[in-house]
Write a new protein. Sequence first.
Length: 44
Amino acid sequence: ISSGGISVDPAKVEAVLEWGTPESVTEIRSFLGLAGYYRRFIES
C-alpha cells in the first residue's frame, strides 16, 4: 500500500504465472480463489 494505492507483489505475480496445471478439485479451488483475489488488479 502506498500513496498511489494498492499494488501487487511482483513475486506473487510470478508465482501465479508459473502455477502448474491443477490436478485435483482442491488445487482448482485454490487457484480460483487466488485468481479471484487478483482480478481486482486487472484493468478492464
